[in-house]
Every structure is written in C-alpha cells, then in structure tokens.
Design a protein around this ligand. Structure first.
Ligand code: GDP
Length: 217
C-alpha cells in the first residue's frame, strides 16, 4: 500500500481533531442524510472494534458497543471537527448463542444500510489475527461483494501472535481478499495494544477522503 508521508500526516491531523458522537441508529429511517463520506467499521463481537476505534481516534467510552445478547443493535455515528465525514460503528455480529430475532434484526439493519448507502466509501472489516476469516465473516464479505461496497480486511490484536504467524495470516487473508471482487487487495495488521498499523489506518482514511474529493485540511 502506497501511503505517502502527506497522507500519513493528513491521517494524523484527522485523528487529532475533536470527535463527537452524532447518533445511534436502530432502524433505517433513523439514518442521517447521506451527504458526508462514510467510513464504516464492522466485525465479529469481541474482535477488538471498540479498542481499535479508541486507538484510532480516541473516543474512549463512546464506542462501547452493545455486546450483550438482547441489547439493541445500533449503528453509531461519529463525526470529526472540520471534516466532511462520518465514522460509522457497525453493530458486532457472530454471537455464539444469539436468538434468531436478534440475528434477523441485525441483518435487516446492516444489509439495508450496506445495500443502499451511496455515501459509504469503505468498510473496514475487522478480523482477529489469531483466528482469521470465519464463515460468518465470509457471509459479510459476500454481502459486501453483492452490494459492491468497497471493503478492506484489517487484522486486529496482531500483538497476540508472533511475527511469523502474523506474516502467514496476512498472506492467507490477502489471498482471500484477492478472491473477492469488492475487497481491497491489501490487508492491514493492527494492534490497539502496541499501536501497530494505527498510523496506516488513519492514512488510509485520509486517502479515502481525498479520493472522494474531501481531502483532510
Ligand atoms: P469489540 O467487542 O469488538 O468492541 O471488542 P473490544 O474492543 O471490547 O475488545 C475485546 C477484548 O479484546 C478486550 O478484552 C480487549 O482488551 C481485547 N483487545 C482488543 N484489542 C486488542 C489488541 O489489539 N491487543 C490485545 N492484546 N487485546 C486486545
């Protein structure tokens, strides 16, 4: 991935802005107007999404996702000062014992959002570096392919495995991404614990904004 020093520093400036919580969306009719570039984060529950969002843009506590089965599924919107974008925190998926009604509610909200959202520029699909892509993740990848939503696999908790295992996992998931039409072919390895990959992920967000005609100032 070619991230120039300019993009890395744009990503840093973006992350350093004050970020505010905008709203929680529980049904499609609650979505805000699609007039800003949206960058979404999705992944299985416990993949490390809240920790990553906190490391990325520092909204401690705000990104606490509703992980408890039975809790309302929400799409949470966040906004940085002075940039035309929303960061979209998707509800986690893949509970071991989720009741069918909860899975159905998730599917209706998430697939409705993914299928019809012009403003959505990229989904970062988080994958636990220890476990790799699971069947449930593949289901989401297929949903994104079908909706032609550009997405990128991001490994989380990279600090939990050694360098060789991580290199293998990057290769493996990269091959998987290459086989999916809407997947960005480059896999990013991150750790909220050590900060690995965080600057690159910020730079990637800056690149997306630039590509959409809203470069970070
Ligand atoms: P979420 O359910 O996807 O929002 O996941 P959380 O961010 O709440 O993280 C789930 C668990 O994984 C927590 O115990 C975190 O402390 C841990 N965790 C998250 N990210 C990392 C990481 O990068 N490295 C390590 N070692 N642990 C992590």
């Amino acid at each position: 991935m070619e991230l120039t020093p300019e993009l890395l520093s744009a990503g840093e400036r973006l992350a350093a802005r004050p970020w505010a919580f905008v709203k929680s969306v529980v049904a499609l009719d609650g979505l805000p107007p699609g007039d800003r570039v949206e960058i979404a984060f999705a992944g299985r529950s416990n993949v490390g999404k809240s920790s990553l969002l906190n490391a990325l843009v520092g909204f401690k506590g705000l990104a606490r996702t509703s992980n408890t089965p039975g809790r309302t599924q929400e799409i949470n919107y966040f906004r940085p000062d002075m940039a035309d974008m929303f960061l979209v925190d998707m509800p986690g998926y893949g509970f071991a014992k989720a009741p069918k009604a909860k899975v159905d509610a998730w599917t209706e909200l998430v697939s409705g959002y993914l299928k019809g959202r012009q403003a959505l520029a990229r989904v970062f699909l988080l994958i636990d570096a220890r476990h790799g892509v699971k069947a449930v993740d593949l289901g989401i990848m297929e949903m994104l392919d079908a909706a032609a939503v550009s997405y990128q696999l991001v490994l989380t908790k990279s600090d939990k495995i050694n360098t060789y295992e991580l290199a293998d996992m990057i290769t493996q998931t990269g091959e998987m991404a290459a086989a999916h039409p809407a997947a960005y072919p480059f896999v990013l390895a991150t750790s909220s614990e050590t900060g690995q990959g965080i600057a690159e992920l910020r730079g990637q967000m800056a690149l997306i904004l630039e590509e959409r005609g809203h470069p970070v100032r």
